[in-house]
Design a protein around this ligand. Structure first.
Ligand code: FAD
Length: 415
């Protein structure tokens, strides 16, 4: 069998794998990326949050992305009937980027991957990891290309960024069910012919149909828009009972008084995709000679668009630690990687859970707004979930719950 020898093997060329491989290459590490598919490929996850910009910038990938003219995302709008709550990323607590993008991922990920190649990374498409053996921190991965030809890749470190491919969690028995209750989604793109000019047409929106059921609307700069429905798996299963996802998404759009006029009659650009029970977790985030990043580790929920931010945060951090390890340092992966990443995951888990209990919705739609609370929650929604100066990060679980309880009591007293 053919054999290649590298310092670091990255599995998957999604945003997580691109950030880690670009960073490693920038630091003169011999890094190889293998990607199962041929890009461009369709993938969900189109609304970014500002924290990702730090990572694209640090990896040297920002200028190529910026040139593409993707739609700028300045905040997020949440709607419940006539109630509206808009978060503006320029009005948030603490430091950080004030904007980001909403993107068709096929184009976005392709731009990222091509830029990684431009920077000299050896990225092999249509090549998948099918097996791996570890000997201490050294590993031998077996990969297979589209013609069925196999070869060995010997690496001193492996970063698994294989998304839902979940290569190492599967091969090393690291899968663990998510703590979140099962939710599913159906989504598609449309040519947004009824889009209004100006902000309304470009704003990302979350339209609440029921406490646990909501619609996303993510306009792109190319005139297309992504629409998705999210809800408990039972609810989404019922919506698509006969397996017809087109009819299911149409039904979902008809439930939105706000969007039915804009999207009610529009054809979908592809057969709507059904993503069932999308939340996932792992027993551990690292082992001797490997780290799991992005969706190959933990995925929570699309509601606050945190997926890509965790993918790039973990991609960047795993690459930095791998670099130090390759340079001879002993790394405490538990403390420097797992504990750090899981801190942010736990903060977002609270927000996801409290969204689905309805508590966060109480906070969002409470009038009059409390500008200080809003700024602090806005920083969380922008992805700055490691800033312990922010009480809505530091004491996330009690802060959200207690404030929601207080609002509910206040409402009762007013009745
Ligand atoms: P991916 O982008 O999935 O990339 C992994 C790559 O690995 C793929 O290209 C795959 O082909 C490759 N691969 C798989 N197996 C192998 C193998 N054996 N060998 C080699 N390569 C392999 N996130 C957001 O930030 N914003 C959103 O609005 C958002 N909405 C979402 C909506 C839904 C319904 C869901 C389910 C998720 C959403 N996400 C969102 C999450 C987002 O999709 C992911 O968090 C993000 O794509 C993770 O990036 P990644 O690089 O880890 O994985």
């Amino acid at each position: 069998m053919d054999k290649e020898i590298v310092d670091v093997l990255v599995i998957g060329a999604g945003p997580s794998g691109c950030v880690s491989s670009a960073f490693l290459k920038k630091n003169n590490i011999n890094v190889k990326v293998v990607e199962k598919t041929l890009f461009p490929r369709l993938v969900v996850g189109e609304s970014l949050i500002p924290r990702v910009m730090d990572h694209f910038d640090e990896a040297g990938l920002f200028p190529a992305l910026d040139k593409m003219g993707f739609e700028k995302k300045l905040g997020a709008r949440f709607m419940r009937g006539d109630e509206v709550c808009i978060f503006d990323f320029s009005d948030k607590f603490g430091e950080g980027w004030n904007w980001t993008w909403q993107v068709p991922r096929a184009d976005f990920d392709n731009t990222l991957a091509q830029e990684v190649i431009n920077k000299g990374v050896d990225l092999e498409f249509e090549t998948e990891v099918i097996g791996i053996e570890f000997n201490g921190t050294d590993s031998i991965a077996t990969v297979k290309n589209k013609d069925g030809k196999t070869k060995e890749i010997h690496a001193k470190f492996v970063i698994d960024s294989s998304g839902y491919g979940r290569v190492l969690p599967r091969l090393l028995d690291l899968e663990k069910p998510s703590k979140l209750s099962p939710h599913s989604a159906i989504f598609a793109h449309v040519k947004d012919i009824n889009r209004e000019e100006g902000v309304e047409g470009t704003l990302i929106s979350f339209d609440i149909i029921e406490t646990e059921v909501w619609l996303w609307v993510i306009p792109f700069s190319d005139g297309n828009t992504s629409i998705g429905i999210v809800g408990p798996t039972d609810y989404i299963d019922k919506l698509s009972e006969n397996g017809d996802t087109t009819e299911a998404l149409r039904k979902a759009i008809s439930l939105s008084d706000y969007y039915v006029k804009r999207f009610g009659d529009i054809d979908f650009l592809f057969e709507p995709r059904h993503l069932k029970d999308y939340s996932c977790s792992v027993k551990k985030l690292f082992g001797d000679g490997f780290a799991l990043t992005g969706n190959a580790s933990e995925f929570l929920d699309p509601v606050f668009s945190s997926g890509m931010a965790f993918a790039t945060e973990s991609g960047m951090l795993s690459a930095k630690l791998a670099l130090r390890q390759l340079n001879g340092e002993t790394i405490d992966w538990q403390k420097e990687y797992s504990d750090y990443i899981l801190y942010g995951v736990n903060v977002f888990t609270t927000y996801v859970k409290e969204w689905y209990t309805g508590n966060l919705q109480e906070l969002f739609f409470h009038q009059p707004e409390n500008p200080d609370v809003k700024r602090k929650i806005c920083a969380v929604l922008a992805g700055y979930v490691w800033d312990k100066k922010n009480p809505f990060v530091r004491i996330h679980d009690s802060a959200v719950k207690n404030l929601a309880e207080f609002i509910k009591l206040e409402k009762l007293e007013q009745q």
